[in-house]
Design a binder for this molecule. Structure first.
Ligand code: FMN
Length: 364
């Protein structure tokens, strides 16, 4: 038997919440020690579009700030890696703090806590405001990220648009996607659902806009597959209409869910991120039930409407065994963002379980 690596909790989180986003991007990821050897499996065990993959697990847009983060995630056994959402122009994003530990106390309200006492309660709010490096940096860095992946792993580049220099949100989405394309992106994801920005964060809830924006993106990047990142829907009929619009526009996949917008308050009941950011997206363990429900509903709609859209699932996976819950619920690929930041060995545990048919003995 392979020697047991010294896994969580000896490993610190990859992201240091006490530091700024820029410091984390530049000096992180904060992984220490040797990377445990990936349990050996032969061949490819999953597929996304025309790409064969070692496994169906990955990381959604967020924790992978640049090629350095992607190189580590690749070695840690994540096989579908999403480059954090880029813009068509350099943008600083929100100020520190960007991540707080929280505990939701109702559907729309979460209180900050010092730190969760166990991984199963790992829930955060993240408020970055989608910072982005310059197009010149991105052209080089996305290429670097692509080149560090072996066959069997795939990079998705997430993009967003906003009103900028008199350009419409839709045209700016296209500009960001063209940067991703020029950098060599094999798959592009359009972020239609960031709750931490303005109106562009709500696009997924407007089927006409989904069609209009997705259509423009599909024709600009053809034949590169387009994934649409969506959030929780408050009405199933809107979800159905939005998926119909996505398919009609030629999108190839839906990725969901994005973070769930909540009011974030401190112990005094005041906005924990300051008065200018009363609400923010919540992710991690507390949103897993919602993410699974989203997948069940999405799967049912796609089946009923006979839509040729692939599902990529994320939201609340913090334990290795939970990837399979998402795959069973209809996702072709299952991803973890918050979970992998606090347990970087999550994918290796998953691969271990597949090979040994039992949880890794060091798993807590
Ligand atoms: C630190 C962090 C940054 C994120 N940034 C983005 C982003 O830039 N674009 C995006 O579409 N989603 C972003 N997300 C949302 C994730 O892609 C994902 O939808 C959400 O976190 C739910 O998954 P999780 O519970 O595994 O974290 C971010 C999430 C985290 C944790």
């Amino acid at each position: 038997m392979q020697a047991l690596p010294n896994w969580f909790p000896q490993q610190p989180p990859l992201y240091d919440v006490t530091k700024s986003c820029a410091e984390n991007a530049t000096n992180g990821p904060f992984f220490i020690g040797e990377i445990p050897e990936r349990p050996k499996t032969r061949g490819m065990h999953a597929k996304l579009f025309e790409f064969d993959l070692f496994s169906p697990i990955g990381i959604p847009a967020g924790p992978l700030f640049n090629a350095k983060w992607i190189a580590l995630a690749s070695k840690l056994g994540f096989d579908v890696l999403t480059y954090k959402t880029i813009r068509s122009f350099s943008h600083p994003g929100h100020q520190h703090p960007n991540i707080l530990f929280v505990e939701p106390t109702s559907q729309n309200l979460a209180h900050t806590i010092s730190a969760p006492d166990q991984l199963d309660r790992l829930t955060i709010t993240n408020s970055f405001g989608m910072p982005s490096r310059s197009p010149d940096f991105l052209l080089e860095d996305i290429d670097r990220a692509n080149r560090c992946l072996p066959k069997g792993q795939l990079l998705i580049v997430s993009v967003v648009g906003s009103t900028h220099q008199g350009i419409s949100v839709r045209d700016d989405f296209v500009r960001a996607a063209q940067i991703a394309r020029a950098a060599g992106a094999k798959v592009i994801e359009a972020n239609f659902s960031c709750p931490n920005v303005g109106a562009e964060g709500l696009l997924y809830n407007h089927p006409e806009a989904v069609y209009d924006f997705a259509r423009a993106l599909v024709s600009a990047i053809h034949p590169i597959p387009l994934v649409l990142k969506m959030g929780l829907f408050s009405h199933r009929e809107t979800m159905r209409a939005s998926f119909l619009a996505a398919a009609r526009a030629g999108a190839r996949a839906i990725c969901g869910i994005n973070t769930v917008s909540m009011r974030i308050v401190d112990a005094q009941g005041l906005p924990a991120l300051g008065p200018s950011r009363p609400t923010s997206g919540v992710c991690g363990a507390a949103i897993r039930a919602d993410a699974l429900q989203f997948l069940h509903d999405a799967h049912e709609i796609l089946h009923k409407e006979k839509l040729d859209l692939t599902l990529i699932g994320c939201g609340g996976i913090v334990r290795a065994g939970q990837f399979d819950e998402f795959l069973s619920a209809g996702a072709q690929i299952a991803m973890s963002a918050t979970g992998m930041m606090w347990d970087p060995l999550l994918a290796l545990r998953y691969h271990w379980e597949k090979v040994h048919a039992s949880p890794h003995p060091a798993a807590l």
